[in-house]
Design a protein around this ligand. Structure first.
Ligand SMILES: Nc1ncnc2c1ncn2[C@@H]1O[C@H](COP(=O)(O)OP(=O)(O)OP(=O)(O)O)[C@@H](O)[C@H]1O
Ligand code: NI
Length: 306
C-alpha cells in the first residue's frame, strides 16, 4: 500500500470582506498501519484539512500544495476521480457529528447496503453484517432508524459506512465528542484494531487522553499550522512547543492551568509566530515565522522550544 504524503498544504477562504487563513503550509505523511492524531483547539483548521484531502471544500476555498496518494495528487484531482477512486475506496471519512450525515427515513442497514452496492461488484461484495461487525455493531443494530441510535451507535454506523469500501485509510473527525467514558474506551479499542489491521488512521480530536491511547504520532495544530509533530508519548510527556506544553498543562490530571489569552482570528493573523502573543518564551526572533524543524523524528516550529 502507498501511504499519504501531504506537502505545504494551505487553504484560504475568501469572504466578502476578509480572507480566512484556515490551513497554512501543513506537511505530514501517514503510512498504512499507523495512527496520526491531529490535535488543537476548536477552529484551528483540523476539519478543513480533512475536507481538503477529500475534495469537500466549498467554492470560496483556494487550495495550494500537494497531497500525494501514490501517483495521485488529491488536491489536483477532479471531483469525478475523487468520487470514483478515492472517497470510500481509499479514504473513508467518519465525519464530525455523524448523526447529521445519516438519512433520517432509512435504516442503518439500508444506508450501509446502498454504500456496499455502490462500492463493490456483486461477486465480491461483503455483507452489511460483516462490515458492521468490524465497526463494533450487532446485526440487529442495523435495523434501527437514525433517530433510534444513541450517539455511540450513530458513531459506529458512520464508521461502518466509512469502512464499506474497505479503504486503507480512515479519517475520524472528533469521534469521541459526546461519548461517555465506556464508549470512548470501546472506540479507542476499535480504532486500534483498524490500525492493527494495517489501516492508516488520521484521528482528529481535541481529546488528548484519547489521542495518547490511539495514536502512534501526534501533530499539534495552532492557527492553521502544525507546530509540533512527534511520537505520541514524546509530544504528550515532554512537549517542546510552548503551545503543545500549554495544551498538556491544561489537562485536569496535569497542572489544570489554561493557556492565557485566546487563539488568534484567522482573518487577522499576527506576523511571525501566531502563538507569540500568548507565549511566555517569546523573544524578538518570534516576529519571523519559525519553520517546522525535525530533530530525531520529532519536529517543532519554535525559536525557543521547551
Ligand atoms: N466555508 C468556510 N468559509 C469561511 N471560513 C471557513 C469555512 N469553513 C471553515 N472556515 C473557518 O476555518 C477555520 C477552521 O475551521 P475548522 O472547522 O477546520 O476548525 P476545527 O479545528 O475543525 O475546529 P473544531 O474542533 O471546532 O471542529 C475556522 O476559523 C472556520 O471558521
Ligand atoms: Ni472540526
Amino acid at each position: 500500500m502507498v501511504g499519504l504524503t501531504v506537502d505545504s498544504l494551505s487553504v484560504r477562504f475568501t469572504l466578502p470582506d476578509a480572507r480566512v487563513a484556515a490551513v497554512s503550509d501543513v506537511s505530514f505523511s501517514l503510512a498504512p498501519g499507523e495512527c496520526l492524531a491531529l490535535v488543537g483547539e476548536s477552529g484551528c483548521g483540523k476539519s478543513v484539512l480533512a475536507s481538503a484531502l477529500l475534495g469537500f471544500l466549498p467554492g470560496n476555498a483556494e487550495v495550494a500544495g500537494s497531497a500525494m496518494l501514490g501517483p495521485l495528487d488529491l488536491l489536483a484531482a477532479s471531483d469525478q476521480v475523487l468520487s470514483q477512486q478515492v472517497r470510500g475506496r481509499q479514504i473513508g471519512l467518519v465525519p464530525q457529528s455523524p448523526a447529521a450525515h445519516l438519512t433520517p427515513v432509512r435504516t442503518a442497514r439500508a444506508q450501509l447496503d446502498e454504500a456496499l452496492r455502490h462500492l463493490h461488484p456483486a461477486e465480491t461484495r461483503p455483507s452489511a453484517d460483516e462490515v458492521a461487525k468490524r465497526a463494533g455493531l450487532q446485526p440487529a443494530d442495523l435495523d434501527l432508524y437514525p433517530h433510534q441510535l444513541s450517539g455511540g451507535m450513530a458513531q459506529r454506523v458512520a464508521t461502518a459506512l466509512a469502512l464499506a469500501g474497505d479503504p486503507w485509510m480512515i479519517i475520524a473527525d472528533e469521534p469521541t465528542t459526546g461519548l461517555d467514558r465506556a464508549l470512548v474506551d470501546a472506540l479507542v479499542a476499535e480504532l486500534r484494531l483498524l490500525v492493527a489491521d494495517g489501516r492508516a488512521v488520521l484521528l482528529i480530536t481535541h481529546d488528548l487522553a484519547a489521542a495518547r491511547r490511539v495514536a502512534d504520532r501526534i501533530a499539534v495544530m495552532y492557527a492553521g499550522r502544525l507546530v509540533e509533530v512527534g511520537p505520541a508519548h514524546e509530544v504528550l510527556d515532554s512537549p517542546r512547543h510552548p503551545y503543545a506544553r500549554g495544551l498538556v498543562d491544561s489537562l485536569p490530571d496535569r497542572a489544570f492551568t489554561p493557556i492565557r489569552g485566546l487563539p488568534p482570528v484567522l482573518t487577522d493573523l499576527p506576523p511571525g509566530c501566531a502563538f507569540g502573543p500568548r507565549c511566555d518564551r517569546v523573544t524578538a526572533e518570534c516576529s519571523d515565522s519559525p519553520q517546522l524543524t525535525v530533530l530525531n523524528g520529532h519536529a517543532v516550529a519554535c525559536h525557543n522550544p521547551c
